[in-house]
Design a protein around this ligand. Structure first.
Ligand SMILES: Nc1ncnc2c1ncn2[C@@H]1O[C@H](COP(=O)(O)OP(=O)(O)OP(=O)(O)O)[C@@H](O)[C@H]1O
Ligand SMILES: [Mg+2]
Length: 158
């Protein structure tokens, strides 16, 4: 299934993330793509907030993955920007996180596209100024969850 909608502000993207974090199920992989400054980290921050994580979320640039506890589900926040391919990801044992039962949120996921779980929720973000177009693909249940979150955040469907 696919879904497209627009977030018209940074606050709306945060609210979208929050609504996702409140309803996402354990063992979900959310694969985020989009250029520098698209809003991947902002969305991730919202998701962590919705899960109930109180630690501030920033890009895990030096570690590839940051782990957040204290929320409804454990969150593993990846930024694979500095990896060259999925081989490097696997060589570091990072694919094991997919089986930990938590929520994996992956920025720059296209770099490891070939080893992402088949049932990942893939979200591409594009835009200029304060408008961002979200295009998502994934299993019906996960797209349904995202759709409800987008409604709650006030996003406009296209
Ligand atoms: N509708 C919007 N949704 C998300 N971010 C927005 C929006 N409008 C403006 N912004 C701004 O865009 C920037 C998004 O930055 P963010 O760090 O989340 O991007 P990113 O995709 O993680 O970039 P990087 O690839 O460098 O990690 C923020 O400064 C945010 O305020
Ligand atoms: Mg980022």
């Amino acid at each position: 299934m696919t879904l497209s909608f627009i977030s018209s502000s940074a606050d709306m993207t945060l609210a979208l993330g929050k609504a996702i974090g409140e309803t996402v199920e354990p063992s979900t992989v959310i694969a985020l793509d989009g250029d520098l400054g698209a809003g991947k980290t902002l969305l991730s921050r919202g998701i962590a907030g919705g899960l109930g994580v109180t630690t501030p979320v920033s890009s895990p640039t030096f570690t590839i993955v940051n782990e957040y506890e204290g929320g409804r589900i454990k969150m593993y926040h990846f930024d694979t920007y500095r990896l060259s391919d999925s081989y490097e990801f696997e060589a570091a044992g990072l694919d094991e996180y997919f089986g930990y039962g938590g929520l994996c949120v992956i920025e720059w996921s296209n770099i490891i596209d070939d080893i992402l779980p088949e049932d990942s929720l893939r979200i591409n973000i594009e835009g200029v100024s304060s408008s961002r177009t979200f295009e998502a693909t994934g299993p019906d249940g996960k797209i349904g969850m995202l759709k409800n979150a987008a409604v709650k955040a006030g996003c406009e469907f296209i």
